[in-house]
Design a protein around this ligand. Structure first.
Ligand code: COA
Length: 351
C-alpha cells in the first residue's frame, strides 16, 4: 500500500516587524503617525493573546500572497532535493487570495516557472484549518497514485485587509503575514508509524457568521458596497469576529480532535515529540494543553512573534523550530487546528 511522506519543508515571513506599540500608531497605509490611531496597547494584547509582534509585507503594492507562497514553496522544493518542474500538483490554502478568481495556486504555478508543465492546481478555503485539510487531500491523492509530488502551501497577506481603527482592534491585533510549505510524495516504506499517519477534518457551518470577511455579497446588486470617502460604512471590507464564541469553540475543537487522533492511532505522548497547534491565540493553546493533558515541554508556539498567519501557522511553526534546532528529521508531530467556518481537524505525521 502506498503511504505518504513529507519530503521537504519551507517557510517565509516578510522582514518588517510590527510590535504591539508600533501597531497603535499605524494608519491604514501602515505608516507610523505621531498620534494614536488605534486605541490598544501592548499589555492588553499580550495578556489576552500572547502576541508581542507580527510581520507585515512592505506596503508598496508589489507583494501579493502568491509572492509569500513562492518564497516558502521554493525553500520546500529545495529542501526536498527537487526542482519546481517535478511538482505535479499544487494545493494552496489561503483566505487572502491575490484575486477572487482565478485561484492563487495557478499564479504560484506561473511564478514557479512551471505554467507549461502538467500540474493540477487547487485553491482550498478552510482558513486556519487549511493546512490540515490540505494534508488530508494530499495524502489521499498520493495513496491512490493520482499525483507523486504535491506542493502544499499555506500563505496569507492579512495586513492589507485589516481595519486599522479602534473599531477593528479586536481582530486587527491578532493577524500577521507569512507562508509555509511542504512537499509530499510516496514513501518507500510501509511503516504505518511514519510519514502521514493520521488526518481528520471537521466542520460546523452554524459558526460561519462568528468569524467572516465578506468583501462582497453576490446576492446584492451592486455586490460590492464600498465608499472610499466613508470608512465607517465599509463594514464588509473588514473581518468580523465573535471572539468569545471563537475562543470556546477553538478550545473544544482542538481538544476533541487531538484526543481522537491519539485514540484512533493508539499513540501516546511518549510516541510523539511535538504538539504543534494552530497559532490563533496563545491563551487558546494553553487551555488546549491543560484540558487535553499535553506535556507542556512538547508544545511549539510561534504566535508571540508572528501572530496568527492562518493557513501558514503549522508549517511556519515547525520550520521555525527546525531552524532553531529543536525539531529534527524523523520527529513525530501532532498538529491540531481550528478556524473560520467553523472548521477544525488534526494530523499526526513525521517530518
Ligand atoms: N485592545 C484593547 N482593548 C480591546 C481590544 C484591543 N485590541 N480589543 C477589544 N478590546 C476591548 C473591548 O472593546 C472590550 O472593552 P469594554 O469592556 O470596554 O467593552 C474589552 O476589551 C473586552 O473585550 P472582549 O471582546 O470581551 O475581550 P475578550 O476577553 O473576548 O478577548 C479576544 C478578545 C479577541 C482576544 C478573544 O476573544 C480571542 O482571542 N478570541 C479568539 C480569537 C481567535 O483566535 N480568532 C482566530 C481564530 S482562528
Amino acid at each position: 500500500m502506498i503511504r505518504t511522506k513529507i519530503l521537504g519543508l519551507g517557510s517565509y515571513v516578510p522582514d518588517r516587524i510590527v510590535t504591539n506599540d508600533e501597531l497603535t500608531y499605524l494608519d491604514n497605509k501602515h505608516v507610523r503617525q505621531e498620534t494614536v490611531q488605534t486605541e490598544t496597547n501592548d499589555a492588553w494584547i499580550q495578556q489576552r493573546t500572547g502576541i508581542a509582534e507580527r510581520r507585515y509585507v512592505p506596503n508598496d503594492g508589489n507583494t501579493a500572497t502568491s509572492d509569500l507562497a513562492l518564497q516558502a514553496a521554493t525553500k520546500a522544493i529545495a529542501d526536498a532535493g527537487l526542482q519546481p518542474g517535478d511538482i505535479d500538483c499544487i494545493i494552496l490554502g489561503t483566505l487572502s487570495p491575490d484575486f477572487h478568481f482565478p485561484g492563487t495556486a495557478v499564479i504560484l504555478q506561473k511564478k514557479l516557472g512551471i505554467a507549461d508543465k502538467n500540474c493540477a492546481c487547487f485553491d482550498i478555503r478552510q482558513q486556519c484549518s487549511a493546512f490540515v485539510y490540505g494534508m488530508q487531500m494530499a495524502d489521499a491523492f498520493i495513496r491512490t497514485g493520482m499525483y507523486k509530488r504535491i506542493l502544499l502551501v499555506g500563505a496569507e497577506l492579512h495586513s492589507h485587509s485589516l481595519d486599522f481603527s479602534t473599531r477593528g482592534r479586536d481582530v486587527m491585533v491578532l493577524f500577521g503575514d507569512g507562508a509555509g510549505a511542504m512537499v509530499l510524495g510516496p514513501s518507500e516504506t510501509e511503516d504505518a508509524k511514519s510519514g502521514i499517519i493520521y488526518t481528520s477534518a471537521h466542520a460546523d457551518g452554524s459558526g460561519a457568521m462568528d468569524l467572516y470577511l465578506k468583501i462582497f455579497e453576490i446576492k446584492k446588486l451592486p455586490y460590492v458596497d464600498y465608499d472610499a470617502n466613508d470608512r465607517e460604512q465599509n463594514q464588509t471590507m473588514y473581518p468580523h469576529m465573535d471572539g468569545k464564541r471563537v475562543f470556546l469553540n477553538a478550545v473544544r475543537g482542538m481538544v476533541m480532535s487531538t484526543q481522537a487522533a491519539l485514540a484512533k492511532t493508539g499513540l501516546t505522548w511518549d510516541d510523539i515529540q511535538w504538539f504543534v497547534p494552530h497559532q490563533a491565540n496563545l491563551r487558546i493553546n494553553e487551555k488546549v494543553v491543560e484540558v487535553a493533558k499535553i506535556p507542556p515541554a512538547k508544545v511549539l508556539n510561534t504566535i508571540q512573534f508572528y501572530g496568527n498567519t492562518t493557513a501558514a501557522t503549522v508549517p511556519l511553526t515547525i520550520d521555525h523550530w527546525r531552524q532553531q534546532g529543536k525539531v529534527k528529521k524523523g520527529d513525530r508531530i501532532l498538529s491540531s487546528v481550528f478556524g473560520s467556518g467553523f472548521t477544525w481537524g488534526a494530523a499526526i505525521f513525521t517530518i
